[in-house]
Design a protein around this ligand. Structure first.
Ligand code: G6P
Length: 367
């Protein structure tokens, strides 16, 4: 096992470091000569043009990929998207659009609820596409089309590199759908592909700064509750940051759409409660900052996660993590890295079983 960890203390931190390569490989599996080629996925231009509704169905972190990609599909390709938890989707009498596309996202390709959701969609006659990591898994075999993520084997229960590659698969589909349907022009298309190709180096750069996050994380080991807030894509990032935190550190954490704070959550803020604000979307920046100020005035201790350049955040928060600039549609890929590191280092500081957290399984093959 020590050999498999390649000098790292845990599989999770090894897999966090494998993300630049996993992301690079997944992008390059479909980008050829500056264009996205979905021929291996098997979707024709005709089929892409006819999609009138997308349903993204998944569990756990894969569901959070769906939440993030929803914004990207809607904004770039202008196709309506619904994101559904597989365990809810399968028990709901949902009316599915016959020209819809059901995208099932799954690392293992064996999650029971996701597989059941796929079978249900097929039974209803709707086209299905799997975003799957494990070659030859049930979802990969049964879906009409498959986009394989190239994360390689993932051992740690808490997903990191598979999640990152699922995001990339979603972006590639959204960008290509946008191109084929004419909602972006050639310049925007080239720009988006170029920005995607820069993500691996930017992820590597964030990883260089891990000691600073480790230092901050170690101080949170005794926290009782942690809240993650953001709007839009920043809300999707918050969901994944919160899940990473709770699943391996056993600290109660929740993610809230920042605008919802006033509808109940703010009453949970006490002196010293850590609130992490995610601020990668420039249009929503001021709004989320004002929500953070509201938390601070009720005693919260604030951390900000934002893009280089937004230095005025330091007037409001006690600790800031900056990520490199990217096209804002793809900010999830960068902002999630410090949050993975936060969860990891809090868990390490508490001396917990990082790779095998209690009560959890890597692949949930029962309902
Ligand atoms: C488990 C794993 C999560 C994963 C979820 C869905 O809960 O611990 O990391 O996100 O299952 O798994 P899948 O294999 O379908 O992506």
């Amino acid at each position: 096992e020590a050999a498999e960890k390649a000098g790292f203390e845990h599989f999770m931190i090894k897999e966090i470091h494998e993300q630049p390569k996993a992301v690079h490989d997944t992008i390059n599996s479909v980008v050829k000569d500056g264009a996205i080629d979905l021929s291996e996925v098997g979707l024709t231009e005709e089929q892409i043009k006819n999609i009138s509704q997308i349903y993204i169905v998944a569990c756990g972190s894969a569901y959070h990929v769906g939440v993030a990609c929803q914004y990207v599909f809607e904004d770039l390709a202008e196709i309506p998207v619904r994101v559904e938890l597989a365990s809810e989707f399968r028990y709901r009498k949902m009316v599915l659009d016959p020209n819809g596309l059901v995208i099932i996202v799954s690392q293992s390709g064996e999650t029971a609820d996701s597989l059941a959701a796929l079978r249900l969609a097929k039974k209803k006659g709707v086209k299905t596409l799997g975003i799957v990591n494990v070659v030859g898994s049930s979802i990969a075999r049964e879906a009409d089309n498959v986009f394989y993520t190239l994360a390689g084997p993932e051992i740690a229960v808490a997903t990191t590199k598979a999640y990152s590659t699922q995001l990339i698969a979603g972006y590639c589909l959204a960008v290509q759908f946008a191109k084929v349907r004419g909602s972006i022009d050639d310049t925007q298309y080239a720009h988006l592909i170029d920005e995607m190709q820069q993500l691996p180096d930017k992820i590597a750069k964030i990883l260089e700064d891990k000691e600073r996050i480790q230092w901050f994380a170690a101080k949170q080991a005794n926290a009782g509750d942690i809240f993650f807030i953001g709007r839009g894509i920043d809300y999707a990032i918050s969901l994944e940051g919160s899940l990473k935190m709770k699943e391996i550190s056993y600290i109660h954490s929740e993610a809230y759409a920042a605008g919802e704070l006033k509808h109940g959550t703010i009453s949970l803020i006490e002196d010293g409660t850590l609130v992490i604000g995610v601020l990668t979307q420039s249009e929503l920046y001021e709004k989320t900052v004002s929500n953070m100020v509201e938390c601070k005035s009720r005693g919260a201790y604030l951390m900000g996660l934002t893009t280089y350049g937004n230095y005025n955040i330091e007037d409001t928060v006690s600790f800031t993590v900056y990520i490199p600039k990217t096209d804002e549609h793809f900010a999830t890929s960068l902002a999630v890295i410090p949050l993975q590191l936060m969860g990891y280092y809090v868990s390490v500081a508490k001396g917990l079983d990082v790779d095998k957290p209690r009560n959890l399984a890597k692949s949930v093959t029962v309902e």
